[in-house]
Write a protein that binds this ligand. Structure first.
Ligand code: GLN
Length: 483
């Protein structure tokens, strides 16, 4: 079988060229043959998948199918799945079987998608390389010695190697876009509040947002449609109608105003990446867009602000993992305090502990004003920069990541250099904006992602802008050798 997009597979199911059971078997076989190399799945739900596929075929036979009915799909292991192990990449949840489905999971189940399994990730979504997983690192299918990016690296590698036509990711500071860029696939982080966070294990609640990862913008439109919408279980979910993202996908983009932030094209950026992004800009000019330089002057403050806010929120969110009600519990605790201490110190990995310590420090009496409050003020300035820019342009374009995929181990002993991988993505989360990464070229055999940032709730336009580019380029169609 050829490497079809999710949208194409959906058509094949509709025209009965293939059944869901056949399609599911095909992807399960691929996972069996290739995932030993990649480690992109933590759990493969084979029996469950085949049963869901059978049901989907029955539904189709009755003429009750939607576009996702019978489509194999993977969930990042941060989303709770009822009756199925949900680890968040951590030893502390290694024995956790979720008693309920996340809203996102429920929506995919209701749409008839077939769950192939749960994808590997950095522990509690903290990381940019997937090396922080309790289940071992994920490898980049373009070069097995390199990282796939993180934290949604399992989803990105699985889609890139065609082990699943699509997957979910979550993005707190770049975790959908950066791995999408490093693995040569497409991914969108929606506006904060667009997709429900209910049942999505919390890292930094004011920044976390789930979104889809797939080969094309067209696939993302279909998946985002399924995921989005108000959820009464999530108080930050926004009650706003979800547009039909597929309807406007093919509209022309003549007259589109693109802004290039000068801060995204400075010294830190690999020169080959800069060239690739400028080539992409020229494609947009050919499609009738106008381009101007803009400024986001507080960009360099986004990493320091984020690394106060995100750890502060995580230190509070992760307090619930205490060895009492669920998850890992140490052996033979002496007393309650020993139970807390040892369960947490044995259950959490190093990066998670580092963040909990930073966050607890930043929130402690006497430091709150100096760090947390100040970081929140910077957050306001960053948001204002974007709002000003969107008075002049419709979308902001730049690179997703300053470098292509780096070598496994290269940044493990240098957290700050690891944190800098998200220099272009983090500000977007601080401002709550939607943004996506799509493949825009290669350097030395490694894929490069183009970053498109939109105004609040402007996903429809972003998807259209990305789709227009994918109609005239073929970077999104490439499959890594050996897969
Ligand atoms: N790499 C960033 C971090 O480590 C972002 C992670 C994310 O978006 N979940 O926090």
């Amino acid at each position: 079988m050829e490497y079809k997009t999710l949208t194409e597979l959906s058509k094949e199911l509709t025209t009965k060229k293939i059944s869901s059971v056949e399609l599911t078997q095909f992807f399960l076989e691929r996972i069996k043959s290739f995932d030993k190399k990649l480690n992109s799945f933590i759990t493969v739900t084979e029996d469950h998948a085949l049963q869901m596929a059978k049901q989907a075929d029955e539904q189709r036979a009755k003429g009750e199918a939607g576009r996702l009915t019978g489509i194999p799909f993977a969930q990042k292991d941060i989303f709770c799945t009822r009756g199925i192990k949900t680890t968040c990449g951590s030893k502390i949840l290694d024995n956790f079987i979720s008693p309920y489905d996340a809203t996102v999971v429920k929506r995919f189940n209701d749409a008839g998608a077939v769950l192939l399994g749960k994808t590997n990730m950095d522990e509690f979504a903290m990381g940019s390389s997937n090396e922080n997983s309790y289940y071992g690192p994920v490898k980049n299918p373009w070069d097995l010695e390199r990282v796939p990016g993180g934290s949604s690296g399992g989803s990105a590698a699985a889609v890139a190697a065609y082990l699943t036509p699509g997957a979910t990711g979550t993005d707190t500071g770049g975790s959908i876009r950066q791995p999408a860029a490093l693995c040569g696939i497409s991914g969108i982080k929606p506006t904060y509040g667009r997709v429900s966070r209910y049942g999505m294990i919390a890292f930094a609640s004011s920044l976390d947002q789930g979104g889809p990862m797939a080969r094309t913008a067209e696939d993302l439109a279909l998946l985002l449609q399924t995921m989005s919408g108000f959820d009464e279980h999530d108080s930050t979910s926004v009650d706003k109608p979800v547009p039909d993202y597929l309807k406007t996908l093919n509209d022309p983009i003549k007259g589109l105003r693109i802004g290039l932030p000068k801060e995204f094209f400075n010294q830190g950026l690999d020169s080959e990446i800069s060239k690739i992004i400028h080539d992409a800009v020229r494609e947009y000019e050919k499609l009738g867009a106008t381009v101007k330089e803009i400024s986001l002057p507080n960009t360099e403050l986004s990493i320091p602000a984020y690394y106060v806010i995100a750890p502060a929120e995580c230190s509070s969110n992760l307090a619930r993992f205490d060895g009492v009600r669920y998850g890992y519990r140490c052996d033979n605790p002496k007393d309650l305090e020993d139970l807390y201490k040892r369960s947490r110190s044995e259950g959490f990995g190093n990066e998670v502990k580092r963040r909990i310590m930073i966050g607890t420090y930043a929130l402690s009496a006497g430091y709150y004003d100096a760090y947390y409050l100040k970081a929140q003020k910077i957050r306001g300035l960053i948001r204002d920069d974007f709002m000003k820019a969107f008075n002049e342009v419709d979308v902001i374009l730049g690179p997703t990541s300053p470098t292509p995929a780096f070598k496994l181990g290269e940044k493990m002993n240098d957290p700050v250099s690891m944190y800098l991988s998200d220099i272009y993505t983090i500000a977007v989360n601080l401002a709550g904006l939607p943004a996506m990464s799509i493949p825009a070229g290669f350097t030395k055999g490694l894929p490069i992602g183009m970053h498109l940032i939109g105004n609040l709730f402007d996903e429809e336009r972003l998807l259209k802008v990305a789709h227009n580019y994918q109609k005239v380029t073929d970077w999104h169609t490439k499959i890594p050798e050996g897969f």
